[in-house]
Design a protein around this ligand. Structure first.
Ligand SMILES: C[S@@+](CC[C@H](N)C(=O)[O-])C[C@H]1O[C@@H](n2cnc3c(N)ncnc32)[C@H](O)[C@@H]1O
Length: 353
């Protein structure tokens, strides 16, 4: 049970945010209180801010966290009460001339909160790594087993692959992610480096396989940024090298989703409220983190945008460098089905130079 009491000023709900609040009502493990000027007996009436503050204060004595969505302009915290602007969505207009990467670069979970990364994502690293090995064995003609992990994060796949004898270079734009990788997933077969996948030159240029896991190339929302990434991967792969691109299969997902997730690592409890909305080929997500450790309780808010690329788009952009040879729909190696697969995993083979 996520120990957060959510309070919503229903008068502030509008066309843009109403799906979020409708979805909140469906989540069974968060407490909800609504505030509205009405005669209904189960809803509370407040005629001034002070009364709301008192009400929130009372709730805050009985709950670990209280989050109050209202018309306020900025997020504000008072002890365990968070005043959150009801219009918390970032504006897509800011990305007219830049990729979503410029936002992803600053995500807290890749920076200050990197130590919580492993506990915050829903994943099965072992299954995913076994899938990568299966793909490598099936499609890579080479036996040298050299892998380039583009956007390696904290190196969760690299560590599993290294244990099986693969030699890995993991690159990531975030110094914190690389520091965490070195701390929790170091291995003699792995080298972790800080690099932007749009701009790097490594000494090794004969990797057998390049991978980009977990809906990450999707931060490259401008075609040209994606093309540069593709070109760089091409330049670092050896003859017949393989490029594996993995993303969530966004076309199969509900357009609006709100859900919670809890995890406990050592003495740290991480409670997450997640909101996702899809418009056209874009998914916009908000993450509300409630972290509790021995010293203090912390609240963080993170947001991201990702672009879903279709097979045709990827084929068109990567055509001079790669041909698509396979498309999987999950880590069990099932065939990709646009309307039902959970993932969209493309295997591309390097064209002759
Ligand atoms: C969703 S995480 C995926 C990490 C890892 N592949 C995994 O599956 O756990 C995305 C990662 O991409 C990194 N990243 C985002 N844009 C990048 C870029 N342009 N170049 C290199 N790394 C980038 C972030 O720092 C973050 O660690």
């Amino acid at each position: 049970m996520i120990n957060v009491c959510i309070v919503v000023n229903i008068d502030s709900v509008n066309e843009i945010n109403k799906e979020f609040f409708n979805n909140l009502l469906k989540i069974s493990d968060v407490k909800k209180v609504s505030i509205k000027e009405t005669q209904k007996k189960d809803v509370l009436f407040f005629d001034n801010t002070k009364l709301i503050d008192n009400f929130l204060f009372n709730l805050s004595q009985k709950n670990k966290w209280v989050i109050y969505f209202d018309d306020c302009k900025e997020k504000k915290e008072t002890f365990n009460i968070i005043y959150m602007p009801i219009n918390f969505y970032g504006d897509i207009e800011q990305f007219k001339n830049k990729s979503f990467t410029e936002n992803a670069k600053n995500k807290l979970i890749y920076n200050d909160l990197s130590k919580y990364y492993m506990a915050s994502i829903a994943n099965d690293t072992l299954q995913e790594s076994n899938f990568l090995i299966k793909v490598f064995k099936e499609f890579s003609p080479n036996k040298t087993m050299k892998i380039l992990d583009c956007c390696c994060g904290v190196g969760r796949h690299d560590f599993e692959l290294a244990k099986k004898g693969y030699k890995i270079t993991g690159i990531d734009i975030s110094k914190n992610q690389i520091a965490t990788a070195n701390k929790i997933h170091s291995h003699e077969n792995i080298e972790y480096l800080v690099h932007d996948i749009r701009d790097y030159q490594l000494n090794v240029k004969n990797y057998d396989m390049a991978i980009c896991m977990w809906t990450t190339y999707n931060y490259l929302s401008l075609n040209n940024d994606f093309l540069i990434f593709i070109k760089n991967a091409y330049n670092h792969l050896g003859e017949n090298g393989i490029l594996l691109l993995d993303s969530k299969n966004i076309p199969s997902l509900d357009l609006n989703r709100t859900y919670s997730r809890n995890n406990k690592v050592n003495d740290i409890s991480i409670q997450l409220l997640i909101n996702k909305r899809i418009f056209n080929n874009i998914q916009n997500s908000q993450y509300f983190y409630f972290i509790e450790n021995k010293e203090k309780n912390e609240f963080y808010f993170d947001e991201e945008f990702v672009r879903f690329y279709t097979i045709d788009e990827i084929q068109n952009i990567s055509k001079p460098y790669f041909e698509i040879i396979k498309c999987y729909g999950d880590f069990n190696s099932d065939e990709y089905q646009k309307d039902s697969s959970t993932r969209f995993i493309l295997i591309l083979k390097k064209r002759g130079e």
